[in-house]
Design a protein around this ligand. Structure first.
Ligand code: FES
Ligand code: FES
Length: 176
């Protein structure tokens, strides 16, 4: 990472950072304003618009992605913080042959969305949850550990059903 900062600090001064973002297995070399969030880098600079912007304040979960396998809200992370780390977005979870991820298939089967705006965040959060050992024993667990992902359409019962289905089919380990 190479930080370049204008000598004159003022309202128009901009510092840029060179980073390599590894997103869904592809390296992107970018030079961005140091204040650019991972969410805006994904959507506005890499064209990966599957990750949604809801609140832009860390409270809705629509922007959830995985960084080194852990779920984060990408609106609260700076792109520069992700230099050299593995970022996975909803565009990167299906198989190479185009087959949907088991969680995506379960969301379709269980009708786990209405408008769909929260869905990519729900799916990324669910994928991470299913890899977090011992967290999916009951529906109450699923609700608790998915509570950072808001659905304004109220599709919660069907979201819980989809996650439960994958957890049960994989013996609690969705191999994700
Ligand atoms: Fe990031 Fe709402 S857009 S948490
Ligand atoms: Fe509309 Fe969740 S499906 S916000």
């Amino acid at each position: 990472m190479n930080l370049q900062m204008s000598d004159r600090l003022g309202p128009d001064s901009v510092s840029t950072v060179d980073s390599t973002l590894r997103v869904n297995g592809v390296d992107y070399d970018v030079t961005l304003d140091s204040r650019v969030t991972l969410l805006d880098a994904l959507r506005d600079h890499l064209g990966l618009t599957g990750t949604k912007k809801g609140c832009d304040q860390g409270t809705c979960g629509a922007c959830t992605v995985l960084v080194d396998g852990k779920r984060i809200v990408s609106c609260l992370a700076l792109a520069a913080q992700c230099d050299g780390r593995d970022v996975t977005t909803v565009e990167g979870v299906s198989a190479a042959d185009g087959r949907l991820h088991p969680v995506q298939e379960a969301f379709v089967r269980c009708d786990s969305f209405q408008c769909g705006y929260c869905t990519s965040g729900q799916i990324m959060s669910a994928i991470a949850l299913l890899s977090e050992e011992g967290r999916v024993d009951t529906d109450e667990d699923i609700r608790e550990y998915m509570s950072g992902n808001i659905c304004r359409c109220g599709a919660y019962p069907n979201i819980v059903a989809a996650i439960r289905e994958v957890a049960e089919s994989e013996g609690g380990n969705a191999n994700l």
